[in-house]
Write a protein that binds this ligand. Structure first.
Ligand SMILES: [Zn+2]
Length: 357
């Protein structure tokens, strides 16, 4: 920096102001400040030299010098403010988040949406099949009285057939009078009572729902499971209608190469009764381990509605006859999708759940 004298004061101030406004950082501004107005600066040297002047001269020169110095210091203050603002903007720019990247990164993460489970999907598909065959879908309570679950279905107290169902009883009212339904059949009783009371017979209904039995869960059984039950009550219904309905359903639901057959069986609420089997869906009838080399798999039970059941709900057996059938929705899903162990259905393993999305 050039020496400062009272003669070149304006020129030096102009030079300083120019250098200050060119300073590109707060650091360089600080070193300029030390150089221009610090203890070793020409301004300070000139200040000290004023001591040799006469008092009048010193007063005038001091005022000039003070004004010049003030202009330089104001230039520093102005530049410092603008550099601080620039610095702040630079910091904000550096810290800026590119939300475009963030958003596209989120989109690349696969979205894991939930979806209905295999039982719900199978139930919907079964309902669709039966609705296509002319049935309506009906619902009933899961908590039942002994009368709806057993007695009205021709299973009086102490009847040996009660051993077919290991029942969960609820601690309500008289012992063993309120229970978790062991099958969907009590819904048949509700429907028939309603139809008789309202005079809306005939009936063509399917009744899906959850049932309960005191079973220890294993590969083929669950303590809480799902059934779908069908009931037809009309004039002139015969066993041939039952067999035809089972066969039509089997082909519609499992495919045209799967067929059905009936084998004699016993159920208290139907007479005659049958178990129905379908072509093994794994080996398509050729014989495999799942079907014990027979080519057939048991799906459910069926039969003509027992007159004792019609009597319990007040249906005139001289005019009406009917059939009923039922099978497990879980078992149906197991066979349709080749699920080796039923317990997978209730264990909520995401790897299993995602197989059926
Ligand atoms: Zn097989």
């Amino acid at each position: 920096m050039v020496d400062v004298s009272l003669d070149n004061l304006d020129a030096v101030v102009a030079q300083c102001v120019g250098a200050i406004s060119d300073a590109s950082s707060l650091d360089s501004l600080l070193s300029l400040e030390a150089e221009m107005v610090g203890k070793r600066s020409p301004f300070t040297a000139l200040q000290k030299s004023l001591g040799s002047l006469s008092p009048d001269e010193r007063k005038s020169a001091g005022a000039q010098l003070q004004a010049a110095r003030q202009r330089v210091e104001e230039a520093f203050a102005t530049r410092r403010t603008s550099l601080a603002a620039e610095h702040r903007i630079a910091v904000l720019e550096a810290d800026r988040l590119d939300l475009g990247d963030v958003v596209s990164a989120r989109v690349r993460v696969p979205v894991r949406a939930g979806h209905p489970g295999i039982i719900s999907l199978t139930q919907e598909s079964l309902e669709d099949t039966f609705v296509g065959m002319g049935f309506v879908v009906a619902d009933g309570p899961e908590i039942e009285t002994d009368w709806y679950n057993f007695e009205a279905l021709n299973i009086p107290p102490a009847h040996p057939a009660r051993g077919m169902w290991d029942t969960f009883y609820l601690d309500i009212g008289e012992p063993e009078t309120v229970l978790l339904r062991t099958h969907t059949s009590p819904t048949q009783i509700h429907l028939m009572e309603e139809a008789v009371a309202q005079g809306t017979l005939p009936l063509h209904a399917v009744m899906p729902g959850r049932c309960y039995r005191r079973d220890t869960p294993d590969a083929r059984h669950l303590a809480s499971f799902h059934q779908i039950e069908g009931l037809v009550v009309d004039e002139g219904i015969t066993f041939a209608d039952l067999a035809g309905t089972i066969e039509t359903f089997t082909r519609a639901f499992f495919g045209p190469d799967i067929t059905s057959r009936l084998r004699p069986a016993y159920f208290p609420f139907t007479e005659p009764s049958a178990e129905f089997e379908i072509t093994c869906t794994i080996c398509r009838g050729a014989g495999c381990r799942t079907c014990s080399q027979t080519g057939w798999i048991e799906l459910g039970g069926c039969g003509m509605v027992d007159p004792a059941v019609f009597a319990a709900v007040g249906i005139d057996t001289d005019r009406y006859s009917g059939f009923a059938f039922g099978f497990g929705i879980d078992r149906c899903a197991q066979m349709r999708h080749g699920i080796a162990d039923m317990r997978a259905i209730t264990e909520n393993d995401v790897r299993f759940l995602e197989l059926f999305s």
